[in-house]
Design a protein around this ligand. Structure first.
Ligand SMILES: Nc1ncnc2c1ncn2[C@@H]1O[C@H](COP(=O)(O)OP(=O)(O)O)[C@@H](O)[C@H]1O
Ligand SMILES: [Mg+2]
Length: 360
């Protein structure tokens, strides 16, 4: 709030700048006079409380704006702004609840004409707390999920290294190799998780940089498949369809490769049968679909697949892949959807605009 007396001198000169109308303020503002009658009830206060300003003005603030704390106590009764200690001039911001149970952040000033005098004006500000609460909850969830994700591989690393150290002479080579392979895989898993978390953090803070260059999408898909075949997969597991000539596509080659690799990996790991990649022109840019012939995604899971840590199997993936894929596509100005492939299975389809060279 700009000054102590907001609301009372609406339209009057204030600090030399343009006058601020109470209705323009982003927070709810309620002012009551020395008798507790409401004299200002701005638009946001009306929105938050559900009481129209016309119905609030002139009435007792306690009737217009009932508030209670988390234990259900009537806030005005327990703090008694007009009758309480005369040294009090303010209430620091705290979370309280409206009559309908919605949470608001409320702060108040008790304006006294002279120190220790009567309260001349009560000025209350209200902020919607639902956003904040949601943000904090999801941050807390993220921390606990990450902690859990890191702990399970580390528990296994610790268990196997401790066993190897304590019983080295009594273990067969086969047992030792099994343990070391597990430790090795778990270390990879932790590294992958941390790399993915860094991507997530870049996506969420909007720090993702797109370095555009000319990208040949069909060629990129071909090389991706060739790499998987070289690593031992059957060539006939993959099909590539390219329809029509594509425009020049200015994309971040590494990120597009990461997107396609993730979708193909998912099709192989979570899907089944032939994996078909379809590349076609779309609204001046391109569309890429990755289809498989597995069970597909259950309709009720569709809104969740792109969320952080959402996955159906505990072992293996981190559940961050599709969240990152979506973030990378959106950073290119594109979009991704999931549906059912013509031959059953899942179809992930993304579209990206052609883009322009970075220094054009
Ligand atoms: N092609 C697919 N077929 C069936 N389910 C899939 C497919 N792709 C993704 N999913 C589901 O979506 C979940 C999230 O995918 P993703 O974010 O890549 O995480 P991860 O692969 O690490 O499990 C997977 O765990 C899987 O349940
Ligand atoms: Mg994945």
């Amino acid at each position: 709030m700009g000054g102590d007396q907001a609301g009372e001198r609406d339209g009057g000169p204030r600090g030399g700048g343009d006058p601020v109308a109470a209705d323009d303020l982003p927070d709810g503002v309620v002012v009551a006079d020395r008798a507790g009658r409401v004299t200002v009830f701005n638009r946001m206060a009306a929105r938050l409380s559900g009481v129209p300003a016309g119905a609030a003005l002139g009435r007792d603030f306690r009737d217009v704006l009932p508030l209670h704390d988390a234990d259900g106590r009537d806030w005005w009764k327990s703090t008694d702004p007009y009758g309480g200690l005369r040294i009090r001039t303010r209430q620091p911001e705290r979370s309280l609840f409206l009559a309908d149970g919605r949470e608001v952040l409320m702060a108040a000033r008790y304006v006294r004409a002279e120190p220790l005098g009567d309260v001349d004006r009560l000025v209350v500000t209200l902020r919607d707390a639902s956003h904040r609460a949601r943000g904090e909850r999801s941050r807390a969830d993220l921390v606990s999920t990450v902690a859990h994700e890191l702990r399970s591989p580390l528990t296994s690393v610790k268990g196997f290294t401790a066993t190897l150290l304590a019983k080295w002479d009594r273990l067969t080579d086969k047992q030792k190799i099994f343990m070391l392979e597990t430790v090795n895989a778990d270390a990879d898993r932790v590294t992958r998780l941390i790399t993915e978390l860094l991507s997530v953090s870049r996506i969420e803070s909007g720090r993702l940089e797109i370095r555009r260059q000319l990208v040949d999408l069909p060629d990129l898909a071909r090389r991706l498949v060739a790499g998987r075949v070289a690593a031992g997969e059957a060539q006939d597991r993959y099909r590539l369809e390219v329809h029509g000539p594509l425009p020049d596509m200015w994309l971040d080659a590494d990120k597009i490769e990461q997107i396609m690799a993730n979708l193909v990996e998912n099709a192989v790991r979570h899907g089944a049968g032939t994996v078909t990649i379809v590349i076609e022109p779309y609204e001046g840019g391109a569309a890429v679909s990755v289809r498989d012939e597995g069970k597909g995604i259950a309709p009720e899971a569709v809104p969740r697949v792109f969320r952080r840590f959402w996955r159906t199997r505990r072992r293996g993936g981190t559940g961050l892949g599709l969240f990152i894929v979506k973030g990378l596509i959106e950073a290119h100005g594109g979009a991704i959807t999931v549906g059912r492939a013509p031959s059953g299975g899942a179809e992930f389809r993304f579209t990206v605009p052609a883009g322009t060279p970075d220094f054009a």
